[in-house]
Design a protein around this ligand. Structure first.
Ligand code: SF4
Ligand code: SF4
Length: 408
């Protein structure tokens, strides 16, 4: 059995995190690739269920193991996790085993009854709900998430508020289309007694197909940085999931670890039990192993890929940059999926080196997997247009095709 590199006992917390921890502090678990929507930028190209999805009993065994490893919470996503018929059973199982759950949903099954359950003592503060919304208006949101998805998300937020659920999250992927709406997003969050959470668009999954069209322009990155500095400074709560640390090269660092945690403190379990270095790195190059082969702990602690990611990094071309200590060269997944070297600048490097690198020779890696319902859109950035024309049949592009609403 290979052992992880020895973690230093001194130095800052961040320096220690770089060597990896005995258990991840940010574990994402995608329960299913099935989804009622088919968002243009979905990081996991979700849509269709993988028939090899872990069974209820296998999922419970994973939760048991997370409890033993003292993983205090898990981010559940997908796909649309609430589509799994056993989702609520698994949620309760996790809560009863002291594994807190933060789950991301498009809101489709957050009915008044489910909202009341989430607000009830049964969940005991162990459950956090993140409603995905990528536009502060229906026009902007539905452009990427599909017709009707804005209304669905707002209905879910209303149901949670009416049920007395405290502090839901509104989770926004920042794009070229919505950077101008940051104040409106904040106002929406305030209206629903929720907290705003902003995350970065990565060119992963179907996001690779629309990244050129949707990733924020350089001047919008500056606008975002200034807005975040103003709203994360004096205690006003806007969460970022630590995803904008490449913006630190504008000046001061934003709150957070400011570190690529892939394989060190971050990882992903996918619906069939494959473990990847990061939720935004679903590709064979970042596949560490499968938890059905000896358990999650074995993969986390002994996979050669994770050992490699935990080894000291040189910084490569970025080491010469005066902002390297805060920016760290940016996001590994963003570099990989735009065909840039992993030891060079981030494609959105705020010093402009990313644009220079993007203009050079590069090969964009082919996706290892695709769960889209409408495969012809893969690698053809036309999906946004496809969403605007009527569905060709009931089962083709309707966001709710084949979906039976939850009656409970
Ligand atoms: S690869 Fe990117 S998204 Fe993943 S942990 Fe590193 S910085 Fe974060
Ligand atoms: S050159 Fe590298 S370290 Fe410097 S700002 Fe750009 S991505 Fe960050």
């Amino acid at each position: 059995m290979t052992l992880a590199p020895e973690r230093p006992q001194t130095g800052s917390l961040v320096q220690q995190f770089e060597y990896g921890l005995d258990a991840p502090i940010c574990l994402t678990w995608e329960l299913t690739y099935a989804c009622n929507l088919e968002c243009a930028h979905c990081l996991s190209s979700s849509g269709r269920r993988d028939p090899r999805e872990l069974s209820t009993e296998q999922c419970k065994a994973v939760i048991d193991e997370l409890q033993r490893m003292q993983v205090f919470y898990v981010n559940i996503g997908g796909g649309e996790p609430t589509i799994r018929p056993d989702f609520w059973e698994l949620l309760e199982y996790a809560v009863h085993h002291q594994v807190g759950v933060k789950f991301s949903t498009n809101g489709v099954r957050i009915t008044p009854e489910r909202a009341a359950f989430l607000a009830s003592p049964a969940c005991n503060g162990y459950v956090d709900v993140q409603i995905s919304l990528d536009g502060a208006t229906a026009e902007v949101n539905d452009y990427v998430r599909g017709p009707g998805s804005y209304d669905t998300a707002l209905r879910a937020l209303q149901n949670l508020q009416d049920a007395g659920f405290a502090d839901a999250k509104i989770s926004v992927v920042c794009t070229r289309e919505n950077i101008g709406q940051l104040d409106e997003f904040k106002a929406l969050a305030d209206r629903f007694g929720a907290t705003l959470r902003l995350t970065r668009l990565r060119p992963s999954g179907r996001g690779a197909d629309v990244w050129d069209e949707l990733h924020p322009l350089p001047e919008q990155q500056r606008e975002l940085y200034d807005w975040l500095m103003a709203h994360t400074a004096d205690g006003e709560q806007v969460l970022t999931g630590d995803s904008f640390f490449h913006l630190a090269a504008f000046g001061e660092s934003l709150p957070g670890l400011n570190l690529c945690g892939a394989g060190r403190v971050v990882c992903l379990i996918d619906p069939i039990g494959d473990v990847y270095a990061c939720p935004f790195a679903i590709h064979d190059n970042f596949l560490a192993g499968n938890l059905l082969d000896g358990g999650f702990q074995k993969v986390w602690q002994t996979s050669p890929l994770f050992q490699e990611l935990r080894a000291p990094q040189t910084g490569g071309a970025c080491a010469k940059c005066q902002f390297y200590d805060s920016c760290r060269g940016g996001c590994m997944a963003a570099k990989f999926f735009t065909g840039l070297p992993l030891d060079g600048p981030d494609p959105e490097c705020v010093q402009g080196y990313g644009e220079h690198a993007l203009a050079g020779d590069r090969t964009i890696p082919a996706a290892s997997q695709d769960h889209s319902k409408t495969n012809p859109t893969r690698n053809q950035p036309v999906m946004l247009q496809l969403l605007t024309r009527p569905p060709v049949s009931d089962c083709a592009e309707s966001p709710l095709a084949g979906f039976v609403p939850d009656q409970t």
